[in-house]
Design a protein around this ligand. Sequence first.
Ligand code: NAD
Ligand code: TYD
Length: 351
Amino acid sequence: MRILVTGGAGFIGSALVRHLVSGIGAEVLNVDALTYAGNLASLKSVESAPNYQFLHADICDRARMQEAFASFRPDTVMHLAAESHVDRSISGADDFIQTNIVGTFSLLDTARHYWDELDARRKSAFRFLHVSTDEVYGSLGDEGLFEETTPYDPSSPYSASKAASDHLVIAWHRTYGLPVVVSNCSNNYGPFHFPEKLIPLMILNALEGKSLPVYGNGANVRDWLYVEDHARALFTIASRGRPGEKYNVGGRNERRNIDVVHRICAILDGVHSDKGPHRRLINNVTDRPGHDARYAIDASKLESELGWKAQETFETGIEKTVHWYLENEWWWRPLRENVYSGERLGVFKGR
Ligand code: NAD
Ligand code: TYD
């Protein structure tokens, strides 16, 4: 298999590239612009593998994308490149509109022209997997789960830009016949997670004795999936998903934010009992504007149709994750010092 991955230097993309290169043995071309969230250090374990290549390019650059398709000749595209942080999208949405919407359009149209010229066998085997989020469905109340048929109702500039890109991808299937599949996944966590998102930020702040900023009352619920389970799901969907279909991905691990933070504190208390209890660092801060109350995924279509199942529970995954950060300061220290040191993002005057 020849797989062109976009955003492979990011959190989920790097887990996917490691899985494809080492676990599956696919030929992989990783196309990434290396924004603040892109980090080649996450790919150290595969960087010299003979079946791995890296291309430093922006997906919005149509000429570079055409060149990449023409020279690499993929039979599968797995599109993950995006701006991914809700709080940054609240501070300013320009890059989100550009990469998530215009970039997806650029890649889709490049893929369509490339696919059009393939011979019949390669044409029918070709797949374009668009990797999206459950946040496109908006917010749930106390009951119910997101299904593939749940109407789109995004709340943040981030989720609205992802919703727009999902619509483009499905339109390219209905209009041009491009064999696309769309995956909508819940919140991921695990190793190599950029420390702006809840879980890695709380781990590193707690380790450094800094305040743990919980938005609002901490009762918002997210449905957590270990990133390596997501990487396996993406390969499954790209290889066996039906063209034109959407697949929800999630591991039935709903947790309130405050309970996630308490769990991280308890694990750290076990390791550094002299510095505990870490939960004394928790600080309830001003809520995020437009903060969705609850996300929860029904993944039964993916489980029954394609046989995927999450392997990690939240308990096993969070334990592994905290220990990974304890053991891999070489990876996160330069990010905390040079890229993002944990200041609050996504609040603005008048709110
Ligand atoms: P991330 O922010 O960690 O990584 C994004 C990667 O895309 C980075 O390597 C960055 O350099 C690259 N990139 C950004 N703009 C680019 C451009 N214009 N051209 C080329 N590369 C560019 O993101 P992530 O958390 O790994 O998420 C990956 C994908 O999965 C995204 O599409 C996101 O919407 C989706 N997703 C994320 C989650 C989650 O919990 N993180 C959940 C569901 C879906
Ligand atoms: P986040 O990791 O930003 O993911 P998303 O917004 O895509 O769900 O946030 C997860 C949850 O944690 C969300 O409800 C917002 C909350 N949160 C905090 O309470 N404090 C923080 O410092 C951050 C970054 C998030």
